[in-house]
Design a binder for this molecule. Structure first.
Ligand code: CP3
Length: 354
């Protein structure tokens, strides 16, 4: 018989929709607990260090072929249940009009950081098309990935991006960021609004290019007390997450134990739990909200018996509830033995299957 295929979506789309990762994002039952790792591509892998010896980090991010290759290679190497695009949350800094560099061993540096209302005037409104190389990397990676492995896109949340714009790099106490917030609240909200609009457009571009889920990284949200988070940050993160209702949204922050309910109110489908928060407590406080996490990344430095024990502890804390995506409570550390990462993923599958 000829004629149109009666199924509502192409078979590839269905394989993705039925993947354990996307089912867990929706709080549905899964055949085993899906697992992926933040920073699953990185310096702990020898092949990545080899690539980095030949290419500057930002050149890797901006070259769609190379970024797609790193994304896919990490999946082939450690066999997680989802891929995350190889990129960085700070690429948007350049679309905002500031210069970004990554110096060997020093992390990111932003020249001409925003210190006052004048600095704010110098920032551009983000044109999401300027990040076209990211969308191209997504299209290429999607084509090369196994048909049942979802691809996660991501961006930095407005507060974390603002902290880099203001501090000019990574910070310990965020004193300049907080001084800006407390002394110039109106300019602060304008800055956050500008980042939020740009980030919403950027994530929409990623969804159109073909990601199956997105993660919003508010890595430094834990630097704020609950009341400040609600007043200065939450409405802006809400606006970003509201802009992409088409795919599951994961919202991750570090040190969010004191903020967890407010963090959840930002409106994501899944809350990422860091390793300082007990997963059992997060479950209790968040009700039926799907969660992702939260093994301490340093556990991967230990031996297999201990890793297995600690995986067991995370799974026990979840107590068999649906809507759990296994992950670390922050990114893979550069000195992690790659065989321990593979062992972790196999162990999560083995301990939760059937
Ligand atoms: O998770 C993944 O595998 C996807 C790729 C990814 C990277 N950065 C690649 C990267 C993701 C999701 C990020 C997010 C990111 N970037 C965050 C939020 C998550 C977190 O870690 O809290 C932040 C704060 C950044 C900013 C950033 N990028 C810093 C502070 C640094 C330097 C410190 C470090 O870990 O090296 C980076 C560099 C970076 N981003 C690397 C990678 C693989 C290492 C670069 C190198 O090869 O030297």
């Amino acid at each position: 018989m000829t004629g149109p295929d009666p199924s509502p979506s192409p078979p590839g789309q269905d394989l993705l929709a039925q993947s354990p990762f996307l089912k867990a994002c929706r709080g549905q039952k899964v055949p085993f607990t899906p697992v992926w790792l933040m920073r699953q591509a990185g310096r702990y892998q020898e092949w990545y260090r080899g690539l980095r010896a030949r290419h500057y980090f930002l050149d890797l991010c901006k070259n769609p072929q190379l970024a797609a290759e790193v994304t896919v290679r990490a999946v082939q190497d450690i066999r997680p249940d989802a891929a995350i695009l190889f990129s960085d949350i700070l690429l948007i800094v350049e679309a905002l009009g500031l210069r970004l560099t990554f110096n060997q061993g020093e992390g990111p540096a932003i020249s001409g950081p925003v210190r006052d209302a004048l600095g704010l005037c110098a920032l551009r409104e983000v044109d999401p098309d300027e990040l076209g190389f990211v969308y191209e990397a997504i299209r290429l990676a999607r084509r090369e990935l196994p048909a049942d492995i979802p691809l996660i896109g991501f961006a930095g949340a407005p507060f974390t991006v603002a902290s880099y714009l203001i501090e000019g790099g990574t910070s310990r106490n965020f004193e300049r960021t907080k001084a800006f917030m407390f002394r110039h609240p109106q300019a602060w909200h304008e800055l956050m609004g500008r980042i939020a609009r740009g980030t919403a457009g950027y994530l929409r571009g990623q969804v159109q290019a073909g990601v199956q889920a997105v993660q919003l990284f508010d890595s430094w949200a834990g630097a704020l007390g609950l009341e400040d988070y609600r007043e200065f940050v939450l409405p802006h993160s809400q606006r970003v997450l509201q802009a992409i209702p088409e795919v599951p949204r994961i919202h991750f922050g570090r040190g969010t134990c004191g903020l967890l309910e407010a963090f959840d109110e930002a409106g994501a489908d899944v809350v990422g739990v860091d390793f300082l928060t007990s997963l059992a407590e997060a479950r209790q406080r968040l009700g039926s909200r799907p969660v992702q996490g939260n093994l301490d990344p340093s556990v991967l430095m230990a031996d297999r018996d201990y890793i297995r024990q600690r995986v067991g502890r995370v799974l026990d804390a979840n107590a068999g509830r649906p809507g759990h995506i296994f992950n670390l409570g922050h990114g893979v550390l550069p000195g992690t033995p790659v065989e321990n990462v593979r062992f972790l993923i196999e162990t999560v599958h083995e301990m939760t299957a059937g």
